[in-house]
Write a protein that binds this ligand. Sequence first.
Ligand SMILES: Nc1ncnc2c1ncn2[C@@H]1O[C@H](COP(=O)(O)OP(=O)(O)OP(=O)(O)O)[C@@H](O)[C@H]1O
Length: 485
Amino acid sequence: MNASETAATVVRVTDAKVHYGAVRALDGVTLTIRAGECIGLVGHNGAGKSTIVNVINGGLTPHQGAIAFGRSTDQGIKAAREAGIRCVFQELSLCPNLTVVENTRVMHRGLAGWGWRKRGAEIIARKLDEIFPGHSIDASEQLGNLTIAERQMAEIAITFCEIGNPVRLVILDEPTSSLDARLADQLLTYVRSFVASGGAIIFISHILSEILSIASRIVVMKDGKVVAERAATEFSEHGLIEAMGSVIKARQARITTTAHSGEPLLTAPPARGIGLPFKAHRGEIIGFAGLGGHGQTDMLVNLFDARSGNWLRSKDPEVAFVAGDRAVNGTFTLWSILKNLSIGVLPDFSRFGKLDEAHEEALGQSWKERIGIRTPDLEHGILSLSGGNQQKVLFARALASLAPVVLMDDPMRRVDFGTKQEVYAILRSEAANGRTFIWYSTEIDEVCLCDRVYVFNNGAIVAELSGDEVSEENILSASFKEAAA
Ligand SMILES: Nc1ncnc2c1ncn2[C@@H]1O[C@H](COP(=O)(O)OP(=O)(O)OP(=O)(O)O)[C@@H](O)[C@H]1O
């Protein structure tokens, strides 16, 4: 490596190996990140992306191999921080009981002394304005009171704030997974300007179009190894999917095609008397679309409450729910993978208060194979799974129940391309058997797979699209239309 290359190198990982028992999370990864580059990092769920991120941000010392931050030979989180390396984690890491500005201080020790609160509020407000113009986040608001998208925005803005050491490399681990299309666009615009001014970015995403549009170089990981690394211009979406080891199938058609009529299974009047009413028939797949936070999740929760209001669990639940905020409402973090999966159906496996463990185990194994939950043992803790694999468990929990209606709050976030195709096929066959799905998704491609789509704006349904009307153009135009009283 010549002198100018060394100067531009922000971090170099050489032959890093990390294993957890039999699982090789990293199996000899070598990677160099230079100033002014945006590296797109892709791979299936469990490929090792978050693990390499933890090595690069100094939080995890590899069992073998070396890491160098610029010219420094120091190791660990402190050395990474001093080298200007920052990370926005997949599992958002801010403290929910502190305000945005207090969280800024936790992350930036340089924000101290007399008047830090006022100074911090100004800095974070400026950064939020710069990255997400038009946002409505108040720096004095407690994190726990913000929506998941706002928490993601706050964490991104706090990470990019320059207080003390200059920021040289920001690792964004699925930063758009909780953002709608407009916020994601704003972030991508900011990332481009950060890179143009000499900063480096590692951008992890399962949305391949996003990776292709933002990255200068793309690194593909599979089973703990780097299996391809080239300039982004040398990859196509198909090339990326193949490199990840997924099978390319024909573009998915709309999930079901049967006309649904007769008495609806679920109905709801217009929210606050504004906009259109909602209805769903047996066997329908209904999409909820629109900008994030415009009432989609509230509607799902209301539908759930209306059908399961009793505090006593009903023997035959009418609805199952896949929560959007996995960490807060989804996983039981101290429980095994199997218990997280089977909790919704345990009463069905019990006789006279005794659990039929063989039955429970068989259920776990069948779902493990059906949607590819990557683990050597379902008795391992849920947190031993990669983020996408945890999401698969939540999905399996809802589908394993016999509830005729499944409510889904953006369940495919963080799920890899190959698994999504499998899940879409499951939805199709379950709907054909009469199950109804109400599916909020922040990915327009997914919404376009639905039979019928309700577009939300300002808490109300402003459009109902069905059949060929379900298109990206119609969804976007309705997303910006005001609700008629
Ligand atoms: N603390 C842990 N204990 C046991 N296994 C672990 C632990 N952390 C990670 N692993 C395993 O290491 C492998 C790599 O996980 P990692 O989180 O890096 O994957 P990933 O590519 O980030 O996946 P995703 O796209 O789902 O986020 C996975 O098989 C995961 O189950």
